[in-house]
Design a protein around this ligand. Structure first.
Ligand code: HEM
Length: 371
């Protein structure tokens, strides 16, 4: 979709989409202006969005965010390195036979297991998590409305089961706390008031929903770059220190989330267009990331690009809480996979099954064979 997004950005940096009944914003400067002004461009959704970090505005947002930030600082996350390496190695060792599906055998379970452990779920429950994460990434069998509804129903059920599961775990941890994120959330106070059980559950579900599919797609998209530009494989093999830059550039070039939604809270002018209070706005990060006024040769994939101010983790107060974790998981995954590279046969681009969505960019199936 990136060619089309660039065309749109060049022709109409800000435009009204009468089919979807919302504004599209494509240029870097305007996307950034939206994301850094939560007063004018609110994240609050209707009742369906629920009350979690993503869908609240200041001041409540800051209180909740400060509370969970500690668990996600780069320093706190660094402590997870040995465990993430171990999980990655186990997943690769567990591949049966010569064929693997990068997405379902590796890139999906890795972030699910990591976040489940971080929250403090017992190891023996891991199989449930695999089951739920499989459902959450499953896609409709065909394009019919029935198939779509069936899959949405299954997803809703899985989310409800997850919420129930956390509800029970929270009861256990309230009685006997452990050194884990759930116990920390239960003990924390905002203005002297503890979070309700409901708020803790909703945060756990948010972490799973916001962190899993995105990280899966980061890993799959990075591998996709390597299969489209095989010369980069040799380069990474020769210079593994390029991997963090490679991950950053994958985020810019193939962002797992292409677009971020906001609502105007007042009448405002942007890019010579007038938005009215209540207007829906889509900030196209996938277009901003290739804006030639910010990125030289934007359609070139360059693991040495420096600086690389992509907005794939958002910008401003809602900047992705899980960014340090996602970067680390991406780095370890690519290290592990490229280490075993000469034994891999990457698919040609036609074998990749892309996810069909205008907001998510990723790969549904990614077959690899050992040679
Ligand atoms: C927020 C992307 C991984 C948790 C965001 C936002 C983006 C994003 C674009 C901002 C949304 C907005 O402004 O409305 C990504 C990408 C990821 C990733 C591309 C992987 C490559 C993770 C992980 C976690 C996580 C691993 C948790 C473990 C969150 C949370 C928020 C958030 C809690 C809300 C923060 C807030 O509203 O203050 N993410 N994310 N994300 N992300 Fe991520």
């Amino acid at each position: 979709p990136f060619g089309l997004l660039s065309e749109l950005r060049q022709q109409t940096p800000v435009r009204y989409d009468s089919v979807r009944n919302c504004w599209d914003v494509f240029s870097y400067g305007e996307v950034q202006r939206i994301l850094k002004d939560p007063k004018t461009f609110s994240s609050v959704r209707g009742a369906a969005g629920g009350q979690n970090l993503l869908f609240i505005d200041p001041p409540k947002h800051k209180q909740l965010r400060d509370l969970v930030n500690k668990a996600f600082t780069p320093k706190a996350i660094q402590g997870l390195v040995p465990r993430i390496e171990e999980i990655s190695a186990d997943l690769l060792d567990g591949v049966d036979g010569v064929d693997m599906n990068l997405v379902s055998d590796f890139a999906t379970p890795l972030p699910v297991i990591v976040i489940a452990e971080l929250l403090g779920t017992p190891a023996e429950d891991r199989a449930h998590f695999k089951h739920w994460s499989d459902i959450l990434v499953e896609s409709a069998e065909d394009e019919s409305a029935e198939a779509y509804e069936a899959i949405m129903r299954k997803r809703m059920e899985a989310m409800q089961e997850l919420a129930q599961y956390f509800g029970q775990l929270i009861k256990v941890r309230s009685r006997i706390p452990k050194d884990d994120l759930i116990s920390a959330l239960l003990a924390a106070k905002i203005d002297g008031v503890q979070l309700t059980e409901h708020e803790v559950i909703s945060f756990c579900v948010l972490l799973l929903a916001a962190g899993n599919e995105t990280t899966t797609n980061l890993i799959a998209n990075g591998m996709r770059v390597l299969c489209e530009q095989p010369e980069l494989q040799d380069e990474l093999n020769r210079s593994p220190e390029l991997i963090p830059g490679f991950i950053e550039e994958t985020l810019r070039y193939y962002p797992p989330i292409i677009a971020i939604g906001r609502t105007a809270t007042m009448d405002v002018e942007l890019g010579s267009q007038r938005f009215k209070t209540g207007d829906q706005i889509i900030a196209w990060v996938g277009a901003a990331n290739r804006d030639e006024s910010v990125f030289a040769a934007p359609d070139r994939f360059d693991p040495r690009r420096m600086p690389n101010p992509h907005m794939s983790f958002g910008f401003g107060i809602h900047f992705c809480l899980g960014a340090p974790l996602a970067r680390l998981e991406g780095k370890i995954a690519l290290q592990m996979l490229t280490n075993r590279f000469d034994q891999f046969q990457l698919p040609d681009g036609n074998d990749l099954v892309p996810i069909r969505s205008s907001f998510v960019f990723g790969v549904k199936e990614y077959p690899i064979s050992f040679v």
